[in-house]
Design a protein around this ligand. Sequence first.
Ligand SMILES: [Zn+2]
Length: 279
Amino acid sequence: MSDGYTIRFGEGGETYMTTVAAVSSVLAGWAPTEWAESWDNVGLLVGDPGAAVGRVLVALDVTDDVLDEAERLGAEMIVAFHPPLFAPLSRVRADEAESRVIWRAVAAGLALYATHTSLDSARPGTSDFLAEALGLGPTLPLRPAAEDSERGLGRLGELPAPVALGALTAAVAEVTGAAYCRLAGDPQRAVRRVAVLGGSGASFVAEAAAAGAEVLITGDAKHHDALDAERRGLALIDPGHGPSEKFVVERTAAFLAAACPEVLVDESNATVDPFARGA
Ligand SMILES: [Zn+2]
């Protein structure tokens, strides 16, 4: 029988199994789905809430490699950071790139859950992981949530001591495992006040500069973002989108392993950065 959260086998109720709904509820306890940005698509996107879960695979994206891995491991659920369903689909076909992973997940009975901007806004959240890895002291959200100034998008904090931008760029590359890491700024300039935004955060250049940051660390920065930052006296460090978010995989896996001890939790081995395949 199932009450939606546990499935009990046997008259004595000796064995309990976690369900997709229970794992979803645990994740939403950390990063409530209503904290996601209005344009986002988070939570349980594919699957049967009442289905049993013995093994969960945590990944940044739901790719064919990650689906292969889930099937190899015998996982019943994938918890991804980026939503595998985002743009509306009018067909779900095995032979079309837009919908193949959805087809595969349904055909394999795999549940798909996405955290994305609900985890960006949570405490700890996506940018906290990057800030902690860089040794930033106590941080504040760069763009606080309207309902709660303690959470929100991006983080702003100070390094224990000023660091030259060149050395900080090398440190960002090292902690994120980035195959390359770009700096727009003078490598000799010492900085201390740092803004971080895991993912695609170059639209936060003006907010980071206005908040007094000397450097913004984020992915997906473009030429004009770098020029805009330069005009505002802000340096930019870009390790790539995937590497700047890579910590969400290990942190989400660690959270689930602690919160659902009856479930086996694996971190995906698939690379988080499509620009660094085979690197
Ligand atoms: Zn992202």
